[in-house]
Write a protein that binds this ligand. Structure first.
Ligand code: ZN
Ligand code: ZN
Length: 714
């Protein structure tokens, strides 16, 4: 036929040039298609390179209908399977595989590797077992595919079985298989076996070193990971992207800034600083080591950033206490069009919670719903926690009740929320509900329950739960539980009993235990015990300002000014500074920060005018600032002025000026609210007819109509 001589050269040329569509058109329209395998082999090769699934299917169909002689060959089927795998159609690949009358090692290897690669390690291992049953001998490629599948599943026993088959086959010395074995043992947590094998390997490459380093890092042996990294460099093997992606998190975990910086130099030397994974790991390392400015500098220099990079920066700010910065970065991320994921939300929601930024938190809640992340338990827990910490307990409860799945973290968030907001009976009720739901209470649950008891002064209940925890749950109390108990007993006024309790504690009483006790000594005005405890504390933690402040406040309250002066001199001599009090308030989705006597805010004039007005109104209502709570023995009038300008008062005045009348004002403070501000806020809530929610470092105060939810017990 004359046609065949004209069509075939065209088809061959088109194949050579990779022009798939035209080649396919000729193939489907010609009356005389080529019968030789090589043309189809070439066509399928183009399909797999170009990821052209539909064209690949057409060619497959065409061949099947023509019943070409080569269509029964194993090599042809293997090529088809490979084409489908490359075109990401595992189902089609499997169909071809299942219809094969005969299979060789390559058929099995291709399908096993495909199942592993597409995230079905279980099926990969099952296929491997079937292959062994057929009597066909697996080769090094089979092992290199099935071992990572075991690693993924943490299937150590299956891994050991495969290791045995490898030894039987005598191909242990193959570097790829040996590395896969090291990796499998490391990922299954059998790190010693991994090391033993690694040490026996005659030539190790970068992959082998990476498997060992990653193994140590993932099993929590950060020090060992670093050591192996150094050995790798001594051995003259150049670290690559994967090495840095393992070693940097190890540094981050240990807070090893110096070594992290050293590795940073090594990254620069390797010329892979532009790699997004490595650069992100560096940002994360600097952030976790507390070097947040360095992290930001690197982050800003990155040419390409993905969601993980943004998450590292946001989490970094949040973990280092720069909550406003975390929110700012979260907003920037959305502006540049990067979609947040559940890890982003798990970092940003606690930042909102810390600042009491309820409006922002609600916006993020909306985002979460739109993104379809609400059903993720980690995100749900963070939301419940955020609402509870922002004092919006009804919202927290509503979300909590609607959660499709709850774990112990969800329950703890709800219990802690009730406890901190002063709804102690609800906290205990929720704890009982949790017990009935079948969720097992943990260390944190009991800490929340004891905290609830201590906030409400429920001494008997607290003691009962403490004993219940140790007896029924066999939980050894940690220092957190002891702090709660000391707080509970001491604040209720059982000072002598508390002292006995502290002395009998099986753990060493750390500074916070004594600080708790000292706080109680002050509120019960037991100066003798107070001086004793403060002296002890100053010895224990000489640079902490708190005992000095508590002690001098105690002296000031009884007018012993000489002692007040002495304590102040001591603080000055030792260079100890009080933590400046500051308060946060959110308005129009911006968080405003105020320090004591702050005059930096653009609305300063109005804020101070508002405060002056409030002070007059409070005086008219019968409230005069109680100047005993001030350190300085200055003139009465000056003291009064200073007290009026505590950060929480500035924030409240700002809130009154900038929020809709009638709405709740929410303020967060970094220290404990002072007695004067507490009383003043009660008056203010009545004068302006607004609910004021003030969260201090210990708990929530809901002020309403001249009363506080804490019942003045705080
Ligand atoms: Zn105050
Ligand atoms: Zn209160």
């Amino acid at each position: 036929m004359p046609l065949s001589s004209t069509v075939h050269p065209d088809l061959t040329a088109l194949c050579r040039e990779g022009r798939l569509k035209e080649a396919l058109h000729i193939l489907l329209t010609t009356h005389n298609p080529p019968e030789h395998y090589s043309t189809y082999f070439q066509l399928l090769q183009i399909c797999l390179l170009k990821n052209a699934l539909s064209q690949g299917k057409k060619i497959h169909c065409f061949i099947a209908h023509r019943r070409f002689a080569f269509a029964t060959r194993i090599t042809f089927h293997n090529k088809l399977i490979y084409m489908y795998v490359k075109c990401e159609s595992l189902a089609d690949a499997r169909k071809v595989f299942d219809h094969m009358k005969e299979r060789d090692c390559l058929s099995w290897n291709t399908i096993i590797a495909a199942y592993r690669r597409y995230g079905y390690p279980h099926e990969a291992v099952a296929l491997f077992r079937r292959m062994q049953q057929t009597g066909l001998q697996p080769d090094q490629f089979t092992f290199a595919s099935v071992l990572p599948a075991c690693a993924k599943m943490g299937a150590l026993e299956q891994g050991i079985d495969i290791h045995k088959s490898i030894m039987d086959r005598g191909i242990l010395l193959d570097i790829v298989v040996a590395t896969a074995l090291v990796d499998m043992y490391a990922k299954c947590g059998s790190i010693d076996r991994a090391r033993e094998l690694f040490d026996k390997m005659p030539q190790r490459n970068a992959y082998s070193w990476n498997a060992m380093i990653a193994g140590y890092a993932q099993n929590g042996f950060a020090e060992k990971a670093l050591e192996t990294f150094n050995q790798m460099q001594i051995a003259g093997i150049k670290p690559d992207t994967a090495t840095f992606a393992s070693i940097l998190p190890a540094c981050a975990k240990m807070g090893a800034l110096e070594r992290g910086t050293y590795i940073h130099r090594s990254v620069k030397g390797s010329g892979i600083l532009s790699d997004v994974v490595v650069a992100t790991a560096l940002v994360d390392m600097y952030a976790k080591c507390g070097s947040i400015d360095k992290a930001r500098e690197l982050f800003d220099k990155m040419t390409r950033r993905n969601v993980v990079s943004w998450n590292a920066m946001i989490a970094g700010y949040a973990q280092n206490g720069f909550f406003e910065k975390a929110l700012e970065t979260f907003n920037q991320m959305q502006l540049v069009g990067v979609k947040p994921d559940s890890a982003t939300y798990a970092s940003i929601l606690p930042a909102c919670a810390k600042m009491g930024a309820l409006k922002q938190g609600m916006d993020i809640h909306q985002n979460i719903m739109e993104g379809g992340y609400l059903s993720e338990i980690m995100v749900g827990n963070a939301l419940v926690d955020m609402y509870a910490k922002c004092g919006s307990l009804d919202k927290a409860r509503d979300l909590f009740d609607k959660m499709p799945q709850k774990n112990v973290v969800s329950w703890n968030a709800m219990i802690a929320g009730y406890a901190q907001n002063g709804f102690c009976k609800d906290a205990l009720k929720t704890f009982e509900l949790m017990k009935h739901s079948g969720t097992y209470a943990n260390i944190v649950s009991f800490a929340c329950v004891l905290c609830a008891c201590s906030h409400a002064g429920l001494v008997d209940e607290g003691c009962t739960y403490f004993n219940y925890m140790t007896d029924a749950y066999c939980i050894k109390p940690t220092i957190d539980h002891y702090v709660c108990m000391v707080d509970l007993l001491a604040r209720a006024g059982y000072l002598e009993d508390t002292l006995k309790f502290i002395i009998k504690m099986p753990v060493k009483p750390v500074a916070v235990v004594w600080l708790c006790f000292l706080g109680a000594c002050r509120s019960h005005m037991n100066i003798g015990l107070g001086v004793f405890t403060a002296t002890l504390l100053i010895d224990l933690d000489p640079i902490n300002a708190a005992p000095y402040v508590l002690l001098s406040n105690m002296y000031a309250e009884v007018g012993r000014w000489a002692e007040v002066q002495m304590v102040r001199r001591l603080m000055k001599d030792k260079g100890i500074k009080k933590i400046p009090g500051c308060s946060w308030i959110e308005a129009h989705k911006i968080v405003h920060v105020f320090c004591v006597a702050d005059r930096s805010h653009p609305q300063t004039q109005e804020i101070y005018a508002k405060l002056d007005k409030l002070t007059w109104e409070m005086k008219a209502a019968g409230h005069f600032p109680d100047s005993r709570h001030l350190l300085n023995d200055v003139e009465e009038e000056e003291k009064e002025l200073f007290l009026c300008h505590h950060s929480e008062k500035l924030a409240i005045a700002f809130g009154l000026l900038n929020t809709t009348p009638g709405t709740t004002i929410r303020v967060v403070k970094n220290l404990r609210v002072c007695a004067e501000c507490h009383t003043a806020t009660k008056f203010i809530s009545k004068i302006v007819g607004r609910e004021i929610v003030l969260r201090d470092v210990n708990r929530f105060h809901h002020f309403k109509q001249g009363e506080c939810s804490c019942g003045d017990y705080w």
